[in-house]
Design a protein around this ligand. Structure first.
Ligand code: SAM
Length: 226
């Protein structure tokens, strides 16, 4: 009995670690059938709680915010309420079944300002300089070969746009803060503030407003002097 239990625990640990490891190379997202795992806040993982993520991003009415790897909408719905009236959430997930759960929940709660996009983020053609902000909660590590993810989000954010990335150590796809900071630096983000403990962290990044002049076309020669 004890041996069987030990074997079971070892298999579970191996599966957990193996899933995280294999996800670096292949798309193996948390199946929609297990969405109940992320349907509610984990009371221990303070920094991935919906209220914390929303507070960190500080969305304002009228803003356009992307929720990347939104799952069944734990964070999406409070974000949608925070940008109303006039704002919109772009909810992106690779699994249409997750987006169907989000759609049903939004309909039940009368939330109408969510645009759903079923795509692998790596193939999403996000309009440059279109987002006021974005969040990515327990999703970055599920995206294989994710080096291009932060540069793509950087391009999609408006100058001064904010990005909150939150990770929990309860997730087999946990991305360590040091690795994330290297990726964020390489993409050009300013590192604003990090909150963290043993169970995870949230990092607020910003696309520097100064990039605006670098991205505008060179001024022409101007009118000739009379
Ligand atoms: C652990 S769930 C987190 C859901 C939600 N962010 C939350 O915190 O409640 C990760 C989500 O990321 C999505 N995902 C994984 N890889 C993705 C990719 N390449 N592009 C878009 N979404 C992806 C999965 O389908 C899943 O719904």
């Amino acid at each position: 009995m004890t041996t069987a239990l030990v074997i079971l625990v070892l298999l579970a640990v191996a599966g957990w670690v193996g899933w995280g490891f294999l996800s670096r190379r292949a798309l193996l997202p948390c199946p929609a059938a297990f969405s109940f795992v992320v349907e509610r806040d984990n009371p221990l993982a303070k920094f991935t709680r919906a209220a914390h993520v929303v507070e960190r991003l500080a969305p304002k009415p009228g803003e356009t915010i992307a929720d990347i790897g939104c799952g069944p909408g734990r964070v999406t719905l409070p974000l949608a309420r925070a940008v109303a009236p006039g704002g919109e959430i772009l909810a992106i997930d690779v699994q249409p079944a997750m987006l169907a759960k989000l759609e049903a929940k939004a309909a039940r709660e009368g939330v109408e300002n969510i645009r759903r996009l079923a795509t692998d983020l790596r193939q999403a053609k996000l309009e440059p300089n279109s987002l006021d902000g974005a969040v990515m909660v327990m999703a970055l590590g599920e995206i294989p070969d994710n080096a291009a993810v932060l540069p793509a989000l950087y391009a999609a954010l408006k100058p001064g746009g904010r990005l909150v990335i939150a990770e929990s150590t309860f997730d087999p796809h946990y991305v360590a803060i040091r690795r994330l900071r290297d990726m964020a630096d390489a993409a050009g983000f300013s590192d604003r503030r990090c909150f963290g403990n043993l169970f995870g962290y949230s990092l607020l990044l910003e696309k520097p407003a100064a990039t605006r002049s670098a991205e505008l076309p060179e001024p022409g020669p101007g009118p000739a002097a009379a």
